[in-house]
Design a protein around this ligand. Structure first.
Ligand SMILES: Nc1ncnc2c1ncn2[C@@H]1O[C@H](COP(=O)(O)OP(=O)(O)OP(=O)(O)O)[C@@H](O)[C@H]1O
Ligand SMILES: [Mg+2]
Length: 307
């Protein structure tokens, strides 16, 4: 069973990140895994996929679990509103503080989307759910997002250093001039908070107890290549191994033989086994999975090997 392959999961909530190249079946597998996990505990299926494919699959909802879709635009607006005080404190020289302009600046800044995803993950790790299954955006964005958490901590350390110096200097100048000296600094406090958040998130993301990485591919060269690259990234940058590898849309032997792809398919299966982690082979349904009923049918098409 897929839930067994994802063990151990000691702490709550446990976040299951479903990662893979476009079109390999991330959304399909996310729904399938969320269905399985919801039999064990309170589950949220969270889509970070900007294309909103999840809602297409689950037009009539999904019984037994909650479903969430992140809207990057809406979240950016909220972040800007929430941080407007801090921005005013950091940029007092801004003559007119136009919130709409600022929302635009943030929205089109590099890294904005990744930042929204990180905040959402932070929220997920602090939520009341036992399991949060995350249907991720394209691999590039996902890996950048994961790397960003650690990078933020490094940036924040540097920013804090600079801000601490400014505050100390301001204090000294005020004292020298015989004025009341204020040591409290709103911006600095917020920077400490952010460092705390991202430090904590970074440790959650690289702890197998808190996070399971499920890598999905199809028996084709590019999806397999992307799976390999992702596993390498997880190992080198985060110090973790994937918990489960999924080879989706595997053709039945006779069909694969007829199409002349049996050899290749077997080669990819062997490659998957070579990782030494749990893996699942999911047969092609014979038609595209269109709704929850089709995804449920995959239960009879899946073979899981637990390591
Ligand atoms: N086991 C399967 N058998 C048959 N069709 C499948 C199977 N798994 C996925 N599909 C079909 O493959 C297509 C891609 O699947 P899905 O939308 O889950 O992939 P995705 O990785 O989420 O794609 P995207 O990157 O566009 O979000 C869909 O048409 C889906 O119905
Ligand atoms: Mg999808």
């Amino acid at each position: 069973m897929i839930a067994e392959a994802l063990k151990p999961m000691s702490c709550c909530p446990h976040v299951i990140m479903v990662i893979g190249k476009g079109g390999v079946g991330k959304t399909t597998m996310s729904i399938f895994i969320a269905r399985e996990m919801s039999k064990r505990g309170r589950t949220l299926l969270l889509s970070l996929d900007p294309a909103r494919h999840l809602s297409k699959y689950l037009e009539r909802g999904a019984p037994g679990m909650d479903v969430g879709q992140v809207s990057v635009e809406k979240e950016i607006e909220e972040i800007v509103l929430r941080h407007s005080d801090l921005l005013k404190a950091l940029m007092p020289s801004l003559p007119v503080f136009n919130l709409d302009d600022l929302v635009d600046v943030v929205r089109y800044s590099p890294g904005a989307e990744e930042e929204v995803f990180l905040r959402k993950l932070l929220w997920a790790y602090r939520s009341k759910y036992e399991y949060v299954v995350v249907d991720t955006p394209p691999t590039g964005v996902t890996l950048r997002t994961l790397a960003l958490s650690r990078l933020y901590v490094a940036w924040l350390n540097r920013l804090i250093e600079i801000r601490e110096r400014i505050v100390a200097l301001r204090y000294t100048i005020a004292r020298t001039m015989g004025r009341q000296a204020e040591m409290k600094d709103k911006a600095l406090e917020r920077l400490y908070e952010l460092r705390e958040d991202y430090g904590w998130l970074t440790s959650r993301l690289s702890s197998p107890d808190s996070t399971s990485y499920v890598l999905v591919a199809m028996p084709e060269p590019l999806p397999i290549y992307e799976m390999e690259e992702t596993a390498k990234f997880l190992k080198e940058r985060m110090g973790v191994r994937p918990k489960l590898l999924v080879l989706n849309r595997v053709l039945p032997e006779d069909v694969a033989k007829r199409l002349g792809v049996l050899e290749a398919q077997k080669k990819y299966e062997e490659q998957l086994k070579g990782y030494g982690v749990s893996y699942a082979l999911v047969e092609h349904l014979g038609k595209p999975t269109e709704g929850l009923e089709d995804v449920e049918q995959l239960a009879s098409k899946i073979r899981v090997v637990v390591k």
